[in-house]
Design a protein around this ligand. Structure first.
Ligand code: NAG
Ligand code: NAG
Ligand code: NAG
Ligand code: NAG
Ligand code: NAG
Ligand code: NAG
Ligand code: NAG
Ligand code: NAG
Ligand code: NAG
Ligand code: NAG
Length: 652
């Protein structure tokens, strides 16, 4: 497994706006020059069978009566959601696979993909961290021009984790990206040592300045005891006490001028609920020191398959339907609504700091499918409706199925380009839906008699009905399950016509053939981060006499209906700012990690079994969304590659 792997297409940023580009495959050289045989998960071709049409099927023609003014709408979310709602979370051990080898070799497709989001949202939030932040260590130098490397952390505990080594250049990478695009960053303070290693805070603030928004104070602390990072008695009160000493240490450190940008508690809702942390007085005690409050959660996990934990391996086909209905995302968000409203009352953002389709890398055929695009759209809207201010989709590198985008395997970097994940399209959709004003609000319309297969949302911007979002989770090539949604508006009625952008594909199972308003990025190894094809925005004429716009939604399908034909998002297509790729060099990656190091990292079977056996507290995940997906199962929750966790329980 490549760890400090090299992203293949690189951009060298030099002073000013001028850029020099390296590592681009010549445009005439097609991917067919080398069809890869070995297939890390990020490039896996598994295509599942779509679930059958539900029986009985939901009504296909339904009415959606809407209110024009936000003031009349019950249960509308807080009024400051923006197009940057979805951001990204990059596991510290795979930063070089996503952003680039170093600050002078940044991935060009990555820059283009972020540029497309910025064009719609005004800015993009990225977190560098995850479980691997806990043992990460700043070093003076790494050979070969590398910014990252890995070593065995030397821990003999069950949580043995390969330590990420990084140089100061990590901060310059982030800073260089922010000099080209409006990207704001989150970093994480390592919690393996309560004598507090604070270099990441010192240099982060010094080098990133205002582009650093916050510093995570603990990553899934509810699993620290499970992983052996703390002893068995570790409880929310102990975590509370550690934050007090952290704040005290920061107060006394002149190299950390901004003392009030912490982020917590980032519980996984595994052993602890957020409420157990709030019960310590956490919010009132620390809100002055916080940038935001946070949680992390995944709906399921694939640890058994990807890390050989000894648990039953889940067949993706059997759980695919769990991702293709609205109840799944409601169950994921409901446990956090109380917390979101507490954060709002404290005047702070509330962020889902790390999430995706499933921890331990996601599921083949699910995480990279059009079904996952629909699921992430529904989940994103539901999180915003539940008063989250942002959600960060996690990157796990080449061994994960769920990445929003992935560089090619390093040894193919001279001829293959990048691979887009289905959930990247969801980030584009939400960016357009919420727009640039940071005043959007969303409401779950409980559409179609609350049919779980046909959810709908209304988006209000600056107090007025702006857009309607319609999902059809049903795959039905016959067309019999296509929807015709009759939208009406109270005050003033419907406009003469509305514009509609569709996210299309053939079935929920497909992965390459996905398009947003007619445009796409291409299939595996075909992505340079720029849209291909022509923008196609559909006009639907409305019947103003009858006060109705009839919006078709294919099966499966997603439609974003723009109620105002002058909405600037209608014309959004390729970002104006692109990063061209015109030159070529071979980059040879020499940093690899001994597979046995990873095998003994905190995801390994023996370790997981060991901690399962010794976990004595926790097991409270009955409130988690995962429960609805995995009734009766023993569940492993949480992060990515080599990072997880355990909640016992759910015995039938
Ligand atoms: C790339 O590396 C993988 C794993 O080492 C190997 O199986 C594959 O053949 C290599 N591909 C090329 C084109 O060298
Ligand atoms: C794709 O992933 C599935 C599930 O992990 C695996 O069984 C299959 O072998 C993979 N395919 C390739 C070509 O690696
Ligand atoms: C508002 O939320 C409450 C509580 O969840 C629910 O009972 C009610 O039906 C919702 N009202 C509307 C109009 O959606
Ligand atoms: C979100 O916050 C708004 C404003 O405080 C509130 O009216 C609404 O009920 C909250 N939503 C939920 C789901 O609690
Ligand atoms: C909206 O929020 C984003 C991200 O927080 C920020 O980059 C952007 O400048 C904001 N836009 C406005 C108009 O305030
Ligand atoms: C924490 O991690 C660092 C870097 O891997 C290591 O040097 C240090 O010894 C660790 N501290 C403890 C208390 O384990
Ligand atoms: C980045 O890597 C390239 C290629 O190895 C090297 O030439 C360059 O000096 C490195 N840049 C930094 C800032 O380390
Ligand atoms: C667990 O760790 C805490 C804090 O270091 C310590 O006070 C306590 O005695 C330890 N408990 C056990 C059972 O080792
Ligand atoms: C534009 O999109 C609509 C809706 O998906 C489709 O029916 C139509 O064929 C598309 N037009 C073109 C030129 O692709
Ligand atoms: C704007 C910025 O942060 N530029 C940095 C890009 O990275 C180089 C190191 O490779 C730094 O020297 C620059 O300061």
């Amino acid at each position: 497994m490549l760890l400090a792997a090299v992203a293949p297409l690189y951009l060298a940023a030099v002073a000013g706006a001028q850029v020099t580009v390296y590592g681009q495959a010549p445009l005439w050289q097609t991917a067919s020059a080398a069809t890869p045989t070995a297939s890390p998960n990020a490039y896996n071709d598994t295509v599942l069978a779509p679930p059958p049409v539900p029986s009985p099927p939901p009504t296909t023609n339904y009415n959606l009566p809407l209110l024009k003014a936000s003031t009349s709408v019950a249960n509308l979310s807080i009024p400051h959601v923006g197009g940057s709602f979805f951001g990204f979370s990059i596991e510290m051990s795979v930063i070089s696979q996503v952003l680039g080898k170093n600050s002078s070799l940044l991935g060009v497709p990555m820059l283009n993909l972020i540029s497309n989001l910025q064009e719609r949202s005004g800015g993009v939030l990225i977190r560098l961290g995850g479980n691997t932040q806990e043992f990460a260590a700043l070093v003076d130098h790494i050979d070969g021009g590398h910014t990252f490397a890995k070593v065995d952390s030397g821990s003999t505990q069950t949580t043995k984790t390969p330590a990420v080594l990084y140089t100061l250049d990590m901060f310059y990478m982030a800073s260089n990206i922010s000099s080209m695009l409006n990207v704001k960053w989150f970093l994480g303070i390592p919690f393996n040592d309560t004598n507090w290693r604070l270099e990441i805070a010192e240099y982060g603030q010094q080098i990133l300045g205002d582009n650093l928004l916050g510093l995570q104070a603990g990553n899934e602390p509810d699993f620290y005891a499970t992983f052996g990072r703390r002893n068995e008695s570790y409880q929310p009160q102990d975590y509370f006490g550690e934050i007090a000493t952290l704040i005290q240490t920061i107060e006394g450190n002149p190299k950390i001028p901004n003392k009030n940008m912490l982020i917590g508690p980032s519980v996984a809702t595994g052993p602890w609920t957020p409420e157990q942390v709030w019960a310590t007085g956490y919010i009132d005690a620390y809100k002055a020191n916080m940038y935001c409050f946070s949680v992390e959660h995944y709906p399921n996990n694939n640890c058994a398959a990807n890390f050989n934990t000894g648990q039953a391996i889940i067949d993706p086909e059997t759980i695919f339907p769990d991702y293709l209905n609205h109840g799944g995302v409601q169950n994921l968000v409901n446990p956090y609504i109380n917390s979101a409203n507490l954060a709002t009352a404290a005047g702070k953002p509330f962020i889902m700091f790390e999430t995706n389709t499933a921890s331990c890398g996601g599921f083949a055929g699910i995480s990279d499918s059009y079904g996952a695009s629909l699921w992430a759209i529904d989940y994103g809207f539901q999180l915003a409706f539940g008063n989250f201010t942002h959600a960060l989709l996690h990157f796990g590198g080449q061994n994960a199925f769920y990445n929003p985008f992935t560089a090619p395997p390093t040894n193919q970097s001279t001829f293959n380009e990048w691979t887009l994940g289905a959930v990247y399209y969801s980030t584009l959709v939400l960016a357009e839906a919420f727009g640039k004003t940071n005043t959007s609000q969303v409401v779950d319309l409980q559409a179609n008699a609350a049919s779980p297969y046909t959810p709908g949302y209304a988006i209000y911007e600056q107090g007025t009905l702006s857009k309607v979002a319609l999902i059809n989770y049903i795959s039905d090539a016959t067309g019999a399950s296509s929807l015709l949604v009759s939208v009406s508006v109270d005050t003033g009625g419907v406009p003469a016509s509305v514009r509609v952008k569709y996210l299309t594909s053939d079935s929920v199972s497909t992965k390459a053939n996905i398009a947003w308003a007619g445009q796409y990025f291409g299939g595996k190894f075909q992505v340079d981060g720029r849209f291909k094809g022509t923008l196609n925005v559909t006009t639907v004429n409305c019947d103003q006499t009858a006060n109705v716009c009839r919006i078709p939604v294919p099966s499966p399908g997603f439609a974003l209906v723009f109620m105002n034909s002058a909405d600037p998002m209608i014309a959004e297509s390729q970002a104006q700012k692109t990063f061209a790729t015109t030159a070529r060099t071979r980059t040879v990656n020499t940093v690899t990690v001994d597979p046995t190091v990873l095998a003994t990292s905190n995801g390994h079977s023996a370790d997981i079994r060991g901690s399962l056996g010794s976990t004595t507290h926790g097991s409270i995940s009955s409130t988690s969304g995962m429960n609805s997906l995995l009734p009766g199962a023993t569940v492993l929750l949480s992060a990515v590659l080599g990072a997880f966790v355990v909640t016992k329980g759910f015995a039938r």
